[in-house]
Write a protein that binds this ligand. Structure first.
Ligand code: CS2
Length: 486
């Protein structure tokens, strides 16, 4: 079977949407770091929309920082891939044309730096996941002990990290007298723009204080809130799509219909007409981001650990159970009181829409997928609302149950006794702390002492320690499903 490519576009079935613009005329105004499924189902679609509306400046050059997999999927397909949008029984397929090619940074670091220093490039977007920023999740400080970051702090001749590449690219741009770039973090980090800016400046100051001053004044790092549920695709889904297309597509992504992008209105140069593309530009992103992180992502993490331990494979199966749905609602009741939502955001309506999104049976969003990298996710999703409620003397029962489930998860064995790998950059640290400990209270204390995750003031709070110990004990003795029942 042939692969999806420019040459096969015309022969696709009539009900498959295609780019509809002349791809040869695309200019590459965007460099994207971390070209995984999320980018392909989110930012790239907005840039594709821009081209469909006639603005050809926003083609994307993708960068993979590590693995050649995505390049191998996309480059033989001329960068084309299908976005399969699923909602209940309905499904639509749209081929996205915005991505030109994918560079594999370790194979060709110079090409990445040159892409950043191209006169056509105006915007850099990033989805490198929380751990890609090389920042301590609890404090936001640079993790200088990280081997890749340490290498970039020593020399930028061959950068290894996203901040390292950005500094090298910006240095070359400045040397060539080119315009500054706008650098847009699209990860689920609190104050993602400020954090990325701090990481970039931290690396720059080691090498060139003068360049750091230029970056400080010339480069915009807007904060963003990004939202779309994009579960990992499976081999079966690729096979089914190939039957529908008549072409094989190794880079397909699947997503829900919902999509949202809120960007702080701070740009250092040209940008697409984001408003016309449905992007919300605002002076203050933080309240949007906080609501999304604490409601959507907070519930997701709770569902991931409790559901995963209980052997529930997908998010929709979790909320289809009365005790699962009740848990999510009760967790939201707690988290909601810690928010200062923007006036346009009606929290009751947001919650209702969110529950419907979680319940979408066509997504097959795996609890194990969301469970990944919990150490990087806990602080902003669960610990921040816990701290806010404790400060006011409010109960934290459901939020704490989610954290206790994360603690229970670190054992790497579910309630049925099936072993799994804990997929987390701190997995060795958590496993190490638990060695030889048998009582839930000792285990809670040992994990709470990991300062990269738990701020010391929170870890020392007796109310938190007590309730975590109680929940962890119940999780071990009775299992996750029983622990859900109040
Ligand atoms: C999820 C997110 O895997 C996870 O951690 O919570 O990827 C979530 O699906 C997105 O943030 C939704 O916008």
């Amino acid at each position: 079977m042939s692969r999806l490519a420019n040459s096969t576009l015309d022969a696709l079935p009539a009900d498959v949407e295609r780019p509809g613009y002349d791809r040869a005329l695309l200019k590459y105004g965007v460099v994207h770091f971390g070209i995984g499924a999320f980018h392909r189902a989110h930012q790239a679609v907005y840039f594709d929309d821009a081209a469909r509306r006639g603005d050809m400046r926003w083609g994307v050059r993708g960068v993979s920082l590590r693995s050649p997999d995505v390049a191998e999927q996309m480059n033989p397909q001329d960068g084309l891939y299908s976005l399969v949008v699923r909602d209940g029984a309905s499904q639509s397929v749209r081929v996205i044309g915005a991505v030109g090619d994918v560079l594999v940074a370790p194979n060709d670091p110079v090409a990445v730096i040159e892409a950043l220093a191209s006169p056509d490039t105006h915007i850099v977007t990033l989805t490198i996941t929380e751990k890609g920023y090389k920042l301590d999740p609890a404090t936001g400080g640079l993790i200088e002990s990280d081997a890749d970051l340490a290498a970039d702090l020593a020399s930028l001749a061959v950068p290894r990290t996203a901040p390292g590449f950005l500094v090298a690219g910006l240095a070359l741009r400045r040397e060539r007298g080119l315009d500054p770039l706008t650098i847009i973090s699209c990860d689920n980090l609190p104050h993602n723009g400020q954090r990325l800016r701090a990481a970039v400046l931290g690396v720059t100051r080691r090498h060139d204080p003068d360049l750091a001053r230029w970056i400080e004044t010339a480069i915009a790092f807007p904060q963003t809130m990004i939202d779309r549920i994009v579960p990992a695709t499976t081999e079966d889904e690729r096979v089914a799509l190939a039957q529908r297309l008549g072409d094989e597509d190794r880079a397909m992504v699947k997503a829900e219909p919902f999509t949202q992008w809120v960007i702080e209105d701070w740009f250092s140069g040209p940008r697409p007409d984001f408003e016309a593309l449905g992007v919300q530009l605002t002076a203050t992103v933080a309240p949007w981001e906080e609501a999304k992180l604490r409601l959507l992502n907070g519930a997701h993490s709770g569902i991931a650990y409790l559901g995963g331990l209980a052997g529930i494979a997908f998010v929709d199966q979790f909320v289809a159970r009365p005790e699962g749905r009740a848990f999510v609602e009760a967790l939201w009741n707690e988290a909601e009181t810690t928010l200062s939502p923007p006036p346009e955001l009606d929290i009751a309506a947001y919650r209702e829409a969110l529950m419907a999104r979680f319940a979408n049976p066509a997504l097959q969003h795996r609890t194990h997928q969301i469970a990944m990298d919990g150490s990087q996710k806990l602080p902003q999703r669960l610990l921040a609302p816990i701290a806010a409620r404790l400060e006011r003397g409010q109960s934290i029962d459901r939020l704490a149950l989610a954290v206790a489930a994360w603690m229970r998860w670190q054992v790497g064995r579910d309630d049925a006794g099936t072993d799994f790998a804990v997929d987390d950059p701190l997995a060795e640290v958590t496993a190490g702390r638990l060695v030889g400990l048998s009582t839930p209270r000792d285990q809670v204390d040992a994990l709470l002492s990991i300062e990269a995750i738990f701020p010391p003031s929170l870890a020392a709070d007796g109310r938190l320690r007590d309730i975590l110990s109680m929940h962890l004990n119940r999780l071990f003795e009775r299992g996750a499903l029983a622990a859900l029942v109040l």
